[in-house]
Design a protein around this ligand. Sequence first.
Ligand code: SF4
Length: 349
Amino acid sequence: MSSTPVTTPPRRPSLQVPPHPQWPALSAAETHALKTRIAAMLAAQGAVLVAHYYTDGNLQSLAEETGGCVADSLEMARFGATSEARTLVVCGVRFMGETAKILNPEKRVLMPDLKATCSLDEGCPADAFAGFCDAHPDHTVVVYANTSARVKARADWVVTSSIALPIVTHLKAQGQKVLWAPDKHLGHYIERRTGADMLLWDAACAVHEEFKSFALEQVRRLHPLAAVLVHPEAPDEVVDQADVVGSTTQLIRAVVDMPNQEFIVATDEGIFWKMHQLAPHKTLIAAPTAGAGATCESCAHCPWMAMNALQSLERVLLDQDQEVQIEEAVRAAAVTPIQRMLDFARTNA
Ligand code: SF4
C-alpha cells in the first residue's frame, strides 16, 4: 500500500500518559520469597532476564543474580543475540522486546506486560512515518531504537543514544543527509554536535521532556559542587546546563569516574539503582521536573517502565501469555538496520 507523501513531519499524536501502576508493597521476606520462586522458574524454563536500567531495582538485582543482564538498549540487544537461553524475558518497554525478537527469531521473547509502550514509539506511527520518508528519498533514514518494528523496517540505520553521535558523524563524513526520528530533542542535540544536515520528526519522551531548566538552575545553586548529568532526550535548555550529556551507560560511568561527590541526574530515576551499586558513597540528586499536573506525573520515572515489577514478572512466567510476536516480513526488513548498528559498534568500539 502506498503512503501519502508529506514534506514536513506530522505533529505527533497526543498520547494519554497512564498513571503509574500501584504494586502492593512487599516485606523484605516476601520480596526474597518472590525472587526465589522467579529464579526457579527461570531455570526450569531455560529463560534469562534482560533488564533495562530504568526498571525496578529488584528486577535489576534478580537479573544479575540469575545470569541475565542489566544494560542500556544497545547492550540489551547485544546480550540477547549472544545468550544461549531458549527464552529471553525482557524487562523494559515493548520496543526492547521487539528488538530482541527481531534479532532472535528462533527464541521465545516474553515481557512482564506487552502494554508497556514508550511515548517516542507511540509518537511515530509507521504509516505516517513512511509518508515522511517517501517525501525525502534523498535522505538516509536513521531511527532511534525507541520505535516499532514497522518503523525500523523502513529505516537504513537504527541507533541507540550511546551510538547515535558516531553513526551520524560517519554519515555526515560520507556527505549524506539524515532523516531522523522520532525524538526531536535527541535529534536536535545530535544535529548541534555533528553539524549534519538533519530533518527531524516531531516526538519527545514524556519523561525527559518534563525536566525543567529554571528549576535545575536553582538546584545547581544549592549544590554548586555537583556535576550535572543529562540524557540527551531532555530539552536543549536542560542539556545546555550539563557537565555530561550521554546515554544511560555513559551517565553511570560518569558517576563512577568523575571526582565529584554529588551528582544532579536528569534521566529516569530507575538508573539510581546501578549508580548506587557502582558508587555507593556518592550522593545522587534527582533533577527537578515540572511539578504536579504535568503530563508525565512529574516524577522522573517512566510509567511504562514501572509496569515491570516482580509481580508482573512472576505472572508472565506462570501464564506465558505476554509473548512478543512480529510478522516475519517486517522482522526480516527490520533486522538489517539493527545489524548495521551492531556491526558499526563492533568495528568502531
Ligand atoms: S523513559 Fe521516555 S524514552 Fe524511555 S521508555 Fe519511557 S517514554 Fe520511552
